[in-house]
Ligand binder design. Structure first.
Ligand SMILES: Cc1ncc(C[n+]2csc(CCOP(=O)(O)OP(=O)(O)O)c2C)c(N)n1
Ligand SMILES: CC(=O)[C@@H](O)[C@H](O)COP(=O)(O)O
Ligand SMILES: [Mg+2]
Length: 593
């Protein structure tokens, strides 16, 4: 019968009542439950399918939530959510008002640590383990589950390095499926492959040399083997490391065969696994593809151009350049800090480096941006994809802080294109020889020009640094926008009753600001509205307020953007509405001034 066992599991204590021999059936039901819902509601599929047996085994053996289980990244935690009381809510996953796609402390006591960004689990679990020791609890277990791509990141190494000299009751489980979102890269991946294939002499085990009790590799889909090993490790004190081999997408043939596509496949047919192909004709391009195709084209003409991505070749579309110029385009793994300083090193040697990092992930390399790039005024070209509200990934992934955190850094140029043409033109301009580093921020998803490829691609025009544009003249109110949110402003103005009163200026440069334009705006308008797809505090609007204050202008300024709170998950339209920067809210605001 369908979900015969799963429907009675409302918490791990229910799971623990089930006879071990029946656990493969629980795994089958859990896997099908995930597939059925993700096929319709979308989400991260492959990673969760790969850890079904491991998830069941962990909750079966350990006394969760008293024992503390930390998932790294958390995109693989769907099974964990379903077994820990969220089965009936799982259909709301990643939707507005629904459960989060990642573990979240205020969602469940079983979510011991909020995640979304990778490689934090070892440090967090170690912190918990040390705290337990200090509180005199020497029995509690602390478990970090981390993937092979995430463990190659600097932060994970920092955690291992510390844990190895403690007596903390920590179990690190390496879920090794040899892939991140794209295939894993680097020397550590080669080492892990050698260990799996038995080619690495056991005495050379690098984890053992860090003072961990190492076991494995074991088959992570053999639930009885995993349970047996976890029970053994449960009795051992101190830092332990279990190497588990799994297959990403396990149980859905297509997901096993095309693991990159099925990381987050969108809607698909649950019975056949076929992804529903959306009709792509006449749609504007994705901004990531405008980046990928433009950089490729520029690289063909300029051999100094280099591309760098930390672990997001498909997501950033740097994979176009990686395919044609494998020696000049690098996936460095989940290593944002390294990516930035690597770019800086290359820039000292005259290379023109496009360092593409999702806005949210650049947060991790803030010191490198300041200390290694800006302080030395190296003209690295930061391409910040997924800037602004990203939608269903939610609070951990919105790229809303970058304007504020970059604008305050001396030497930085901060730019946000309004559309595809501006994006390709600034990418072109950047390789003409800038004297400063530049951050180019653009959003997730598609642009606004369906015939971009036919009519504009490759027709480059240099952009004057610091220049703004008047998109529309008006008599009473000046609206100043930064980036693609300009398109909402244009639509909203067209819908108001009083469009002739509304002037619209596009300020793609948050830094340097077009001060000449600002002086004439402030002299003409008593009412000014700024709008951006970033935090109101410290962002573009703040820059305009500072300008007004410094120059003693008294116009009334309203700043619109992301408010002073973490924005949850939902689709972008819903979240823009929540932040009152959607077309309808703007129309109402403009009409009421
Ligand atoms: C700091 C950071 N950089 C990049 C990402 C994007 N990202 C999410 S999952 C993932 C791959 C993780 O691979 P792995 O650790 O092997 O886990 P698996 O997907 O195989 O379960 C990446 C690069 C992230 N979440 N955090
Ligand atoms: C889990 C994670 O961090 C990534 O999978 C992220 O969800 C990718 O986002 P995009 O879908 O915007 O590439
Ligand atoms: Mg992996």
């Amino acid at each position: 019968m369908k979900n015969n066992l799963l429907q009675n599991i409302n918490s791990p204590s229910d799971l623990r009542l089930i006879d071990e021999a029946q656990l493969p059936e629980v795994a089958r039901e859990l896997r099908n439950f995930i597939i059925d819902i993700i096929a319709v509601k979308e989400g991260h599929l492959g990673a969760s399918l790969g850890v079904v047996e491991l998830t069941i085994a962990l909750h079966y053996v350990f006394d969760t939530p008293n024992d503390l289980l930390v998932w790294d990244v958390g995109h693989q935690a769907y099974g964990h959510k379903i077994l820990t009381g969220r089965r009936d809510d799982f259909h709301t996953n990643r939707q507005l008002g629904g459960i989060s796609g990642f573990p979240k402390r205020d969602e469940s006591i079983y979510d011991t640590f909020g995640v979304g960004h990778s490689s934090t689990s070892i440090s967090a679990a170690l912190g918990m383990a040390i705290a337990s020791n200090l509180k005199g609890d020497f029995e509690k277990q602390h478990i970090a589950v981390i993937g092979d791509a995430s463990i190659a990141s600097g932060m994970a190494f920092e955690g291992l390095n510390h844990a190895g000299v403690t007596d903390a009751n920590l179990l690190v489980i390496l879920n090794d499926n040899a892939i991140g979102i794209d295939p894993s890269v680097g020397a550590l991946k080669k080492y892990l492959t050698a260990v799996k294939e038995g080619k690495n002499p056991r005495q050379n085990n690098m984890i053992k040399s860090l003072n961990f009790d190492y076991s494995g590799p074991i088959d992570g889909h053999d639930i009885f083997a995993v349970i047996k090993e976890l029970k053994r490790l449960q009795k051992i004190k101190g830092p332990k490391f279990l190497h588990v081999i799994t297959t990403k997408g396990k149980g859905l043939k297509q997901a096993e065969e095309d693991q990159v596509k099925y990381h987050a496949p969108g809607k698909f047919d649950a019975s056949t696994g076929e992804i529903y192909i959306k009709a792509e004709e006449n749609l504007p391009p994705k901004y990531q593809d405008v980046f990928g195709l433009t950089v490729l084209d520029l690289a063909r003409k300029n051999e100094k151009i280099i591309g760098i991505t930390p672990a997001m070749p498909s997501g950033s579309s740097l994979n176009f350049m990686m395919k044609e110029f494998p020696k000049r385009a690098f996936d460095v793994g989940i290593a944002e800090q390294h990516a930035v300083t690597l770019a800086a090193g290359m820039a000292t040697q005259g290379m023109i480096v496009y360092c593409n990092i999702y806005s949210t992930f650049l947060q991790r390399a803030y010191d490198q941006v300041i200390h290694d790039v800006a302080l030395q005024n190296l003209p690295v070209i930061f391409c910040l994809d997924r800037a602004g509200l990203v939608g269903e990934d939610g609070a951990t992934h919105h790229g809303v802080f970058d304007i504020a955190y970059l604008r305050c850094i001396p030497n930085m140029i901060v730019y946000a294109p309004r559309n595809e043409i501006e994006l390709q033109n600034i990418l072109y301009t950047a390789q003409l020889g800038l004297k400063h580093p530049i951050a180019i921020r653009y959003p997730r998803g598609r642009g606004v020009i369906p015939d971009w490829q036919k009519n504009y691609q490759g027709n480059y025009q240099a952009i004057e640094i610091g220049k703004s544009d008047c998109l529309k003249q008006g008599s009473k109110i000046a609206i100043l926008s930064n980036g693609t949110i300009a398109n909402n402003v244009t639509l909203a103005i067209a819908k108001t009753k009083n469009p002739e009163q509304l002037a619209h200026y596009d300020f793609p440069f948050v830094k340097p600001l077009d001060e000449n334009q600002l002086h004439s705006i402030f002299k003409k308008f008593k009412t000014i509205i700024t709008i951006e797809d970033g935090t109101v505090i410290g962002g573009f609007g703040s820059a305009i307020l500072e300008f007004a204050s410094t120059n003693h202008y008294s116009s009334q300024i309203t700043t619109l953007g992301i408010p002073d709170e973490f924005i949850q998950h939902g689709n972008v339209a819903e979240l823009q509405q929540y932040c009152k920067i959607d077309v309808k809210s703007l129309e109402i605001l403009f009409s009421n001034f």
